[in-house]
Design a protein around this ligand. Structure first.
Ligand code: ZN
Length: 143
């Protein structure tokens, strides 16, 4: 069996196991808003060190709500709606889908908490077609 830890968005339109062709028992699925690695790291370490997964897959998706706001906008909304201060929370929104996948893969790759021999792959899931495409490493800048 593949021992995969799958980190993806909490969006209800995504079925991670189906998207990756995993059958029951193959994968841990760690979900949060946007499928961001910073928030998933705690669960990834538990998944790998205590429960034996040996591969990480990051999946972000088209039409994600994380593309639609900024940290400052949400902090203002929280202040207005709740009278509460969220200035200490990074909500981790993003403006570029593939770039956010690359950032999360790079973040995990650089983390000493993920073993160097664990493969980490990044994908974009298209919520309209169900297609999953791999996001390659950053191309060498030529500009
Ligand atoms: Zn999403």
């Amino acid at each position: 069996a593949r021992r995969v830890a799958n980190e993806t968005c909490m969006d209800a339109r995504i079925d991670p196991a189906k998207a990756l062709g995993l059958s029951d028992g193959d994968a841990h699925v760690i979900r949060n808003a946007g499928g961001r690695a910073h928030e998933a790291l705690r669960s990834l370490v538990i998944s790998q060190q205590l429960l034996g997964t040996r591969e990480v897959v990051v999946i972000h998706h088209t039409d994600c709500g994380m593309l639609t706001f900024s940290d400052d906008e949400l902090r203002v909304k929280v202040r207005v709606e709740l009278g509460a201060d969220a200035s200490h929370i990074a909500f981790l929104p993003f403006k570029d889908l593939e770039q956010s996948v690359r950032q999360d893969v790079a973040y995990l790759r650089a983390s000493p908490l993920i073993p160097e021999d664990v493969p980490i792959r990044g994908f974009v899931y298209d919520v309209r077609t169900g297609a999953v495409s791999e996001v390659g490493a950053e191309e060498t800048a030529t500009a």
